[in-house]
Design a protein around this ligand. Structure first.
Ligand SMILES: Nc1ncnc2c1ncn2[C@@H]1O[C@H](COP(=O)(O)OP(=O)(O)O)[C@@H](O)[C@H]1O
Ligand SMILES: [Mg+2]
Length: 273
């Protein structure tokens, strides 16, 4: 696979969109990340889906065969590889001087999976809050990867992030322009979303949008009372039983024109994907 060459960002090239999907657990991040990737690929973009969640279930949602998805190796699990590139071993603190700009040119070849035409997946793997408190090697590698990848204006990188953004270093966030904070239309979920949005801003993301997911009648008014200030835009996605019926596979929704996938289509228009 010549993926690295294909996705390499040329000097001076702004590169395409890089979108981070964040929010509380269970709100629909993986589902949304998968839907954005599938719709992006359908539009003819080259798409790289990055799974950064410890659950590692983005592959299933993209419709990758279950047995093969279960066998995917995450980059984070390869401690030797991370140490070789960054000079520091995850979980062991700083061995010496860490390379903040590790060579990641072959990461896509080594760990990337082709899901379908123009759609690739990298399972980064979740970085559990390390007992040392330092996720430096993992973040250095992930940050370098996001900066390295993505060449053309119309490429798309979507990262399914861990529930909170806490384990993120600035080095990772810098690679992403847009954060989609997913929330259910409930008080608690919106509270978490607000904190995630604040973190995203502190990390320097240019656009932070709220995606209110699983909305039923009356939910929007109630959610507004709970507060959703401070976002650049707010998008509403409906509760859709066909999402649940087909879960975890989002690819099966694509041809259906159901309410959820149509909602995500509107979102892609707003994001100019
Ligand atoms: N709009 C929706 N309507 C109905 N079910 C949904 C919707 N969005 C997500 N779900 C379901 O909610 C559950 C959690 O979604 P998931 O994407 O795994 O959340 P997260 O990645 O945030 O933990 C899944 O079973 C998924 O199918
Ligand atoms: Mg998830």
């Amino acid at each position: 696979m010549d993926l690295a060459k294909q996705l390499r960002r040329r000097p001076g090239d702004r590169g395409g969109q890089r979108i981070l999907v964040a929010g509380k657990g269970g709100v629909g991040k993986t589902t949304l990340a998968a839907a954005l990737c599938l719709l992006g690929a359908e539009r003819g973009h080259r798409v790289l889906a990055v799974d950064q969640d410890a659950q590692q279930n983005l592959a299933f949602s993209l419709g990758y065969p279950k047995e093969r998805a279960a066998a995917l190796r995450s980059i984070i699990q390869d401690l030797d590889f991370i140490e070789e590139r960054t000079g520091a071993r995850p979980g062991q603190g700083w061995g010496g001087l860490m390379n903040l700009n590790p060579d990641v040119s072959d990461v896509a070849e080594r760990f990337g999976v082709r899901i379908s035409d123009g759609l690739y997946l990298l399972v980064m793997g979740g970085v559990a809050q390390a007992s040392t408190g330092c996720l430096c090697p993992e973040n250095a590698l992930l940050g370098a990867l996001v900066r390295f990848l993505n060449s053309r204006e119309d490429d798309l990188i979507v990262m399914d992030a861990q529930a909170g953004l806490e384990p993120f270093g600035r080095t990772v966030a810098e690679g992403f322009g847009t954060c989609l904070v997913v929330s259910e239309p409930t008080f608690n979920s919106l509270q978490v979303a607000g904190r995630v949005a604040q973190l995203s801003r502190q990390m320097g993301m240019r656009r932070v949008d709220l995606v209110l997911n699983k909305c039923e009648e009356g939910d929007i008014c109630k959610a507004r009372e709970s507060g959703w200030e401070g976002y650049d835009d707010v998008h509403v996605l409906p509760w859709d039983p066909s999402v649940r019926e087909n879960e975890p596979d989002v690819s099966r929704l694509l041809g259906t024109n159901g309410p959820y996938i149509e909602g995500v289509r509107r979102l892609t228009v707003s994001l100019a994907i």
